[in-house]
Design a binder for this molecule. Structure first.
Ligand SMILES: [Zn+2]
Length: 88
């Protein structure tokens, strides 16, 4: 994705697509929608109608997930993000 200004964090943070969040957090799409619905993560809708999730809020949300590990993972696999077709 890239960095966007997050109103909740009051600063620019890295935002992830839902697919990327699924991979990183190891949860299903419905779990992420549940987080979004409950405002457990910061998210916003891009002009393209794509919903993206603030990586800063995600770190808090994933139980037992090491923040540092999470950050390096998101950097590592960033480039392949938009190459995949959404099957669901
Ligand atoms: Zn945020």
């Amino acid at each position: 994705m890239g960095t966007i200004y997050c109103k909740c964090c009051a600063r620019t943070t890295e935002f992830l697509t839902i697919r990327r969040t699924m991979q990183i957090a190891g949860v299903s799409r419905s779990t992420i929608y549940y987080w979004m619905k409950n405002q457990w993560v910061h998210w916003q809708c891009l002009p393209s109608l794509r919903r993206v999730i603030c990586s800063e809020s995600l770190c808090v949300c994933v139980p037992g997930n090491d923040t540092h590990k999470f950050k390096s993972y998101s950097k590592l696999s960033k480039s392949e993000d938009d190459n995949r077709k959404d099957i669901m």
